[in-house]
Design a protein around this ligand. Structure first.
Ligand code: HOZ
Length: 431
């Protein structure tokens, strides 16, 4: 694989951008490689500066359900752009987006648009505190809710990948209000409520964890959190930035049939443009200014280009009846192929999958249900696997603790190529 241009681009970037990247995992540090600089992406193909092509399994960390540069989304963006790129004043795009979200996501009666998932989770926690008059909240080890101060405690994603789950710069005062529990362990949450039940404003979680690799919740765990939060008058917040519109039209809450009080969204609702949102029951959402006293604002919130792209994306989702069944079929085929390859090569691994999101953990552990079990994965082995996959033209997440995303746009031939590349990479690990 020729990578001269990417190497030069990375050298140039490192002189003026910390680490050469605007989001840490992209630097490929944990896989010990030079990052690939993207020239363009179309459908499921990424082309780098050196002209190498890859089948994309990253999907821009989730949003590209229909592949890159989809005609409908491009058209929507260009149609909107001729009428102005930002108003800082209301437009009907925002209402149309909100109406669609309310129609599609079961627990959302009202929604507020922001510009990233991080903003959505920060605002949702502030709202939960304002609504309940309490300050603490419960977060799960290995879950990642963006880079808001109070979330960077035992955080997943890049923080975990780079071994800095507790970032310097977070004050003790902030950290003390974040109560940590173990994913899939209801008893760990019950203990916190027994001790501090009337101080807890909310429990926030990824209803399928994607930022410590995919970790699937048990239905009892989700139901237990619903019952516990209701009993103690705390809010249940589902961070559906990854799962929203990916697992089902109505996200993980529809998939599992458990409704949170508040939901945070991002990625897919922007059709690949920078967007986040938080929504929930009307009585809670009406605590937000200008109706209520909880403040949150943003010049680019509800930006017309982002709304237009997101509306096109949501229309496509509603107009594609076999979207979720096809993604499930293709992802199940990929999972079965990888399991078969593990058997053939004798390499030890656990695959966690829900719908179109999955992670192959290189671990001897029998299962991965929480952060401690995820941490048993051999990250050096993942790095070697990642490198070989890239050589074979498969672009995976550059970290063991992220997801592989199957999209509707992947063809069966591409799934076959992924399975073949997986076998080759596993064989290299044997040697
Ligand atoms: N936090 C993202 C992964 N879960 C990474 C975003 C990026 O690097 O673009």
């Amino acid at each position: 694989m020729q990578n001269k241009q990417s190497v030069a681009a990375f050298e140039r970037a490192q002189k003026c951008i910390p680490g050469g990247v605007n989001s840490p995992v992209r630097a490929f540090k944990s896989v010990g490689m030079n990052p690939v600089f993207v020239k363009k992406a179309k459908g499921t193909t990424i082309t780098d500066l050196d002209g190498n092509q890859y089948i994309d399994c990253l999907a821009s960390w989730g949003p590209m359900l229909f592949g890159h540069a989809h005609e409908r989304i491009l058209q929507a963006i260009s149609d909107a752009a001729v009428n102005g790129t930002s108003f800082g004043a209301p437009s009907q795009y925002e209402t149309e987006m909100a109406e669609r979200i309310v129609r599609m996501v079961p627990s959302i009666e009202m929604v507020r648009m922001v510009s990233s998932g991080t903003e959505a989770t920060m605002s949702a926690i502030r709202l939960a505190r304002g609504f309940t008059g309490r300050e603490a909240f419960v977060k799960f080890a290995g879950n990642y809710h963006g880079h808001g101060d109070s979330f960077l405690i035992k955080a997943g994603s890049g923080a975990m990948t780079l071994g800095i789950p507790n970032s310097p710069g977070i004050t003790k005062g902030t950290a003390k209000d974040t109560l940590m529990a173990e994913y899939n362990n209801l008893a760990s949450v019950e203990a916190l409520f027994r001790e501090k039940g009337n101080e807890i404003a909310a429990v926030i979680l990824e209803p399928v964890a994607g930022n410590m690799g995919v970790v699937v919740p048990t239905k009892e765990f989700l139901q237990g959190l619903r019952d516990l939060t209701t009993k103690y008058g705390a809010l249940l917040i589902f961070d559906e930035v990854i799962t929203g519109f990916r697992l089902a039209k109505g996200g993980a809450q529809e998939y599992f049939g458990i409704l949170p009080d508040l939901t945070t969204l991002g990625k897919i609702i922007g059709g690949g443009l920078p967007v986040g949102a938080y929504g929930g029951r009307k009585e809670i959402m009406e605590m937000m200014a200008p109706v209520g006293p909880v403040y949150q604002a943003g010049t680019l919130s509800g930006n017309p280009l982002a709304m237009a792209a997101g509306i096109a994306m949501l229309s496509m989702i509603e107009e594609t009846p076999d979207l979720y069944s096809e993604m499930e079929r293709k992802a199940a085929k990929l999972e079965a192929g990888i399991l078969e390859n593990l058997k053939k090569t004798g390499i030890k691994g656990v695959i966690n999958r829900v719908g179109s999101m999955m992670t192959l953990f290189f671990t001897d552990a029998p299962q991965v249900n929480n952060l401690d079990e995820a941490m048993t994965a051999d990250t050096a082995r993942y790095a070697a696997y990642f490198k070989q996959s890239l050589e074979s033209g498969i672009y995976l997440a550059p970290s063991q603790f992220e997801c592989l995303f199957v999209s509707y746009a992947h063809t069966d031939e591409e799934i076959d190529s992924m399975i073949a590349a997986n076998l080759l990479a596993l064989k290299q690990l044997e040697n």
